[in-house]
Design a protein around this ligand. Structure first.
Ligand code: ATP
Length: 528
C-alpha cells in the first residue's frame, strides 16, 4: 500500500465525477448550446444574435471587424455574446452575468469598437476597468487583435512612476480605449494637474464588477466612485461578471437608466465542463502528501495551484521546486516584470505548474489549463467559481481538485452547494451541514485561516541526535533513493518522513530557491 492509499483509507472525504458535459460554446455542440438559458430583463430587449452575420445586416458592423472576429476563431457567438452584443450595439446600459470562460470580453469589446468607429485624436473615449494588471493586459491583447486595421488604439498603464512622469492628457490623444486597474487610474486622476482625463469617455465597462464593488482593504468601491465622477454623467455603463451579487444588481437597477440585465445559465454556478473533486486531507501535512501523490500519478500540464496568501505560495513553491517540478510562482511580492515573465512563460508552456494566489483567480484566460488545484480551500463560493473557472474555458473540458481539512468545514457547505447547483453529485452530509448566518459567513470570508507552514517535516518521533538508519539502505541504491520518503501511520495520523535527507534537503533548497523566491517565515498577515 503506498502513501496515498493509506491516506485515502484514513480520509473520510469523497471524490466525485460529474455525470455529463454541456458545451458552453455553440460550435462544440450545437444541440447543447441551445439548452443554455439566456435570460434578459428590461424594456424593449433587442433581438438576440443567432450568427455574427446578423450584426452586419442589422447594425452595419464594419467588414474589418467581422474579419477580425473570424481571424480570432470566433465563428458563432457564445450565449452571452448573442444577447449582450445587440444590447450594447443599441447603446443600452447592461448588467451581464455569464459563466467563466464564456466570451464576455468580446461581448463588450465588439460593440465599443463598433461605436468608436475610427480614431478621432481626442483621447480616451472608452474605459475598461479591470481588477488586476494581468487581466488588463490580457484585455488589451484581445482589444488590439479586434481593432486591427480599424486604426483604434488601446492603452494600459505600465510602471507607476513612469506614468507619473510621462503620461499626460496630450499623450493620451493618440489613444481611444483605456484599460486600467482602479488603483493606477485613481493615482493618475489625483495628480495635480490630473495625468489622465476622462471627460470624453462614452463607454465605461466594469469587468469583474462584483469584485470591484467589494468594500475592503483595497477600497475598490471608493476608487470606482472617483472614476465614475471623472467620466461624467453621459458615459454609458456596462457591468460584466461571472458571479452575481445582489449588491451590484441593485446598484445597477437604481443607477443605470434603461438597464437590461442579461444572465446566462444559473446564477453563481461553475462552468459545466469542469469535473470537480473534493478531497479531505486531514491536515496540512496531508495536503503535501496529496499534492505529491497527484504529481506521482502524473499531472497533465498546464496546472494552476491556488493558495490563500503569498507567504504560503512561496512555501509551496520551495517544496515543489525541490521535487524537481517545472514550477513557478506568481504573487503580489514579485515585480511587474517578474509577473509578466511568469505569465508569458506559462502561456508558452515553458512552465508547467503555476502556483498563484487570488491575484490570478479572476478573468485570466490561459488556454487549455487542464487542472486547477485548490491547495488552500477558497474563502468563498464566489472565489471557488472564479478559481476553477481558469480551466474548462471556451467549451473545453477541465478538472478541479479542492483539498480540505477540518479547519475548512465551516465553509464546506457553500462550496458543496455550488458543486451541486452545477450538476455535480455531493454527499448529503455536506449539504446538511449547518448553514452559516450571513454575517458569520461574511466574517469568515474576510479572515484567512491560520494554517501551519507548508514544509516537509522530519518525523515527530525522530530523536534529534539518534543514528537513524534508512530502512531502505539494505536495498539497491536506486531503490533506496526512490524510497527516501517513508510513511508511518500512528493513531490516525499520516506523516511523511525524509528519513536521512533532512539537512541535505535544506541545503539543496537554499541552492535551488533564488533570492526573490526565498521563503518568508509564516506570518499571520495574509495577502495575495
Ligand atoms: N465566439 C467565440 N467563439 C470561440 N471562442 C471564443 C468566442 N468568444 C470568446 N472566445 C474565447 O473564449 C475564451 C474565454 O473568453 P473570455 O476570456 O472573454 O471569457 P470570460 O467570460 O471573460 O471569462 P472570465 O469570467 O473567467 O473572465 C477566450 O480564449 C476567447 O478567445
Amino acid at each position: 500500500m503506498d502513501s496515498f492509499d493509506i491516506f485515502k483509507k484514513l480520509s473520510v472525504g469523497a471524490k466525485f465525477k460529474k455525470p455529463e458535459k454541456i458545451a458552453t460554446h455553440p460550435e462544440d455542440d450545437k444541440s447543447n448550446a441551445k439548452q443554455i438559458k439566456v435570460k434578459a430583463v428590461g424594456d424593449r430587449i433587442p433581438e438576440a444574435l443567432s450568427t455574427f452575420d446578423m450584426m452586419k445586416k442589422s447594425y452595419s458592423l464594419s467588414p474589418i471587424l467581422m474579419e477580425n472576429l473570424k481571424n480570432s476563431g470566433y465563428t458563432v457567438p457564445t450565449p452571452i455574446q448573442t444577447q449582450a452584443i445587440p444590447v450594447m450595439l443599441q447603446k443600452r446600459q447592461i448588467f451581464a452575468c455569464a459563466p467563466t470562460g464564456s466570451g464576455k470580453t468580446a461581448a463588450f469589446l465588439v460593440p465599443i469598437i463598433h461605436h468608436l468607429n475610427k480614431p478621432l485624436n481626442k483621447g480616451f473615449r472608452a474605459l475598461i476597468v479591470s481588477p488586476t494588471r494581468e487581466l488588463a493586459k490580457q484585455t488589451l491583447r484581445e482589444c488590439t487583435r479586434l481593432c486591427e486595421g480599424i486604426g483604434l488604439r488601446a492603452h494600459t498603464f505600465t510602471k507607476i512612476n513612469k506614468d507619473k512622469e510621462k503620461f499626460n492628457p496630450k499623450l493620451a490623444q493618440k489613444f481611444d480605449i483605456l484599460i486600467a486597474t482602479p488603483n493606477r487610474l485613481v493615482f493618475l486622476l489625483q495628480q495635480e494637474p490630473p495625468a489622465v482625463e476622462l471627460n470624453n469617455i462614452e463607454w465605461l465597462i466594469i469587468d469583474e464588477s462584483d469584485k470591484l464593488f467589494e468594500t475592503g482593504v483595497r477600497g475598490f468601491r471608493d476608487q470606482l466612485a472617483i472614476i465614475y465622477k471623472a467620466c461624467g454623467p453621459n458615459a454609458k455603463r456596462a457591468m460584466f461578471s461571472a458571479t452575481y451579487t445582489v449588491e451590484v444588481a441593485k446598484w445597477s437597477k437604481k443607477n443605470l437608466d434603461g438597464l437590461i440585465a442579461v444572465t446566462v445559465g444559473n446564477r453563481n454556478t461553475t462552468t459545466t465542463t469542469v469535473e470537480q473533486d473534493l478531497v479531505f486531507v486531514g491536515n496540512e501535512e496531508g495536503k503535501l502528501i496529496a499534492m505529491r501523490d497527484l504529481v506521482k500519478k502524473g499531472l497533465s500540464p498546464p496546472v494552476l495551484i491556488f493558495l490563500q496568501s503569498k507567504e504560503r505560495a512561496k512555501e509551496l513553491f520551495s517544496e515543489l521546486i525541490y521535487d524537481g517540478i517545472n514550477v513557478d510562482v506568481i504573487h503580489a511580492d514579485r515585480t511587474q516584470q517578474q509577473r509578466d515573465n511568469t505569465v508569458k512563460a506559462f502561456r508558452e508552456g515553458k512552465i508547467w505548474v503555476l502556483i498563484c494566489t487570488e491575484l490570478m483567480g479572476r478573468g485570466i484566460d490561459f488556454k487549455g489549463v487542464n487542472l486547477v488545484i485548490n491547495y488552500d480551500f477558497p474563502s468563498s463560493a464566489i472565489s471557488y467559481i472564479h478559481r476553477i473557472g481558469r480551466t474548462g474555458r471556451a467549451g473545453r473540458s477541465g478538472k478541479a481538485v479542492t483539498f480540505f481539512t477540518n479547519d475548512d468545514k465551516p465553509m464546506l457547505r457553500s462550496i458543496a452547494t455550488v458543486m451541486k447547483d452545477s450538476g455535480c453529485p455531493v454527499p448529503d452530509y455536506m449539504l446538511e451541514m449547518k448553514r452559516l448566518h450571513k454575517n458569520t459567513r461574511r466574517k469568515l470570508e474576510k479572515q484567512s485561516i491560520d494554517r501551519n507552514e507548508i514544509r516537509t517535516k522530519p518525523h515527530r518521533y525522530h530523536k534529534p541526535n539518534a543514528d537513524i538508519k534508512d530502512p531502505a539502505s539494505s536495498k539497491s541504491k536506486k531503490e533506496s533513493n526512490d524510497k527516501s520518503k517513508k510513511v508511518k501511520v500512528k493513531k490516525n495520523l499520516v506523516s511523511i518522513i525524509h528519513v536521512d535527507q533532512t539537512s541535505k534537503v535544506d541545503k539543496k533548497r537554499k541552492l535551488n530557491v533564488s533570492k526573490e523566491h526565498k521563503v518568508v517565515k509564516k506570518t499571520k498577515k495574509s495577502s495575495v
